[in-house]
Design a protein around this ligand. Structure first.
Ligand code: SAM
Ligand code: SF4
Length: 473
């Protein structure tokens, strides 16, 4: 029997890339590949890249420089190592990669991962292979389902892609160019995937998509299902204790989604809803197709449906033309909403996007200064949110043994890590935990009681805080 070939895969960027990396591992398992954490041992190295900001794509070229040395060293020892670049940099800069990086054998865009086996064969016969087409059919129709042993090894929480691509064309963003037009997977396929994951012990599902609440996959009844309808169906699957989704767009918040939050105890009351800016002038220049007030109204609808709901967001500072007044509108919005956390980025011009041609750039010094001010505000909200957990009893889904011996770590409804001293038997269970203290971003607590725990193992256990603490006005 031939020894297995070894695959080393390194993923950058979003959750979609994490999920795609797993699909590539599953596809190549059929070709006799097993994963290795050690790049020097690998017969195939895949860099699964991100193109969203300049820094993210620059990393790829420096990593390829390092890989060339590793590959040459392998060759000296008489071993062939193939190097593949996948993901959004592959899609956007395929020819450039082939030109600049002689170590690369394969370039494969995000829609073509099911072709990896044949691209490997092509690289072997022709030297190099590139595929960055946008096929008409959904790649998920061709990718193999995850193997039971891989599901179990990946733990109790899993991503499931329900939607890919984007039709929104925000002026700063490369996604519509690298991931293509929005495509939603049929509901039945998503239900099958989630059922299979649940059958092998997965307890938490995060549905992912670039614009996940634009989901409109075909339902079994032939109508287009919304994300809210899909979540309602998934909540019926036994064993699934928690449902989440990411990333949503404020424009696509519809009544079915709000009602899903109102009705489904398994749908976690934590929503990532990026707004990017609090200034209507900048939102319009970004082509976000919503105002700051539209965003506030969307938040109010969620809050009316579920009192304990909390939010995170994405912000861009220094978008071309952003004045101090525009930036203050962002700070005012953050103060008013009160976030449990948020990501903030300096604007990065991306080649080929409309905003990259706008002349009125914000200086690097101003961008730095604004980013610090925004991050200070967000950090203060996040730490107030975390501190407000102390003394409360909250449900925690336990995931794995912590680094500290004897501790098991899980997550609250708001994705805060929570540590308790307990045996590993609790992994996979949702149990109430009394929170005693906070260490940086982690909560420390005790299992509330064995008596309570027996009842809270039911998948649909509700959150035990009565309302999410709010910061700001
Ligand atoms: N679809 C999501 C939405 O509409 O908010 C976001 C997807 S994008 C992969 C993730 C985040 O990256 C965005 O929310 C934005 O804050 C940030 N981002 C995208 N393009 C950027 C750019 N050119 N410069 C800085 N940040 C950027
Ligand atoms: Fe990019 Fe805008 Fe689409 Fe989000 S909605 S992926 S930011 S174009």
């Amino acid at each position: 029997m031939k020894p297995p070939r070894k695959l080393h895969i390194k993923s950058y960027g979003c959750q979609m890339n994490v999920y795609d990396a797993q699909r590539m591992v599953d596809t190549l398992a059929g070709e006799g590949f097993v994963e290795t954490a050690n790049v020097e041992d690998a017969d195939l190295v895949i860099l699964n890249t991100c193109h969203i900001r300049e820094k993210a794509s620059e990393k790829v070229y420096s990593e390829l420089g390092r890989l060339r040395v590793v590959k040459d060293e392998a060759a000296r020892r008489g071993r062939l190592m193939n190097v593949a670049v996948a993901g959004c940099v592959a899609q956007a800069e395929g020819q450039e990669i082939i030109r600049r990086a002689p170590a690369v054998d394969i370039v494969v865009g995000p829609q073509s991962y099911h072709h990896l086996p044949e691209l490997l064969a092509r690289a072997k016969s022709d030297g190099r292979a590139l595929e960055t087409e946008f096929p008409v059919r959904d790649k998920f129709e061709f990718l193999p389902p995850p193997r039971p042993e891989a599901i179990r090894a990946r733990g109790i929480s899993s991503f499931v892609t329900v939607q890919e691509g984007c039709d929104k064309f925000c002026t700063f963003c490369v996604v519509p160019y690298t991931r293509g037009a929005e495509v939603s997977r049929p509901a039945v396929k998503v239900v099958d995937d989630v059922q299979r994951l649940a059958d092998h012990g997965v307890r938490e599902i995060t549905l992912i998509g670039q614009n996940v609440n634009a989901y409109h996959g075909e339902g079994p009844d032939g109508t287009a299902w919304s994300l809210g309808t899909l979540l309602r169906r998934l909540a019926e699957i036994p064993g699934i204790a928690r449902l989440r989704y990411s990333t949503s767009h404020p424009r696509d918040v519809d009544t079915t989604l709000i009602e899903a939050h109102r009705d489904l105890a398994t749908l976690m009351p934590f929503v990532h809803l990026p707004v990017q800016s609090g200034s209507d002038r900048i939102l319009s220049a970004m082509n976000r197709k919503h105002t700051a007030d539209d965003y506030r109204r969307a938040i109010d609808r969620f809050r009316a449906a579920r009192q304990d709901i909390a939010f995170s967001s994405d912000f861009i500072v220094g978008f071309p033309g952003e004045s101090e007044e525009d930036f203050r509108a962002t700070l005012a919005l953050v103060t008013q909403i009160g976030y449990a956390g948020a990501y903030s980025f300096k604007y990065s011009p991306r080649p080929g996007t409309p905003a990259a041609d706008i002349r009125e750039i914000v200086s690097a010094a101003e961008m730095d200064e604004r980013l610090v001010r925004l991050q200070e505000l967000i950090d203060s909200q996040q730490s107030a949110f975390n501190k407000a957990m102390i003394g409360k009893t909250v449900d925690v889904l336990f995931e794995r043994a912590a680094r500290n011996p004897g501790q098991i770590v899980g997550r609250t409804a708001y994705l805060q890590p929570a540590h308790v001293l307990a045996s590993a038997d609790i992994i996979g269970q949702v149990l109430p935990v009394r929170i005693d203290s906070l260490e940086r971003y982690s909560l420390l607590g005790e299992l509330a009681s064995l008596a309570q725990s027996a009842t809270s193992q039911k998948p649909a256990s509700p959150i035990t805080v009565s309302s999410a603490p709010r910061m700001g006005a």
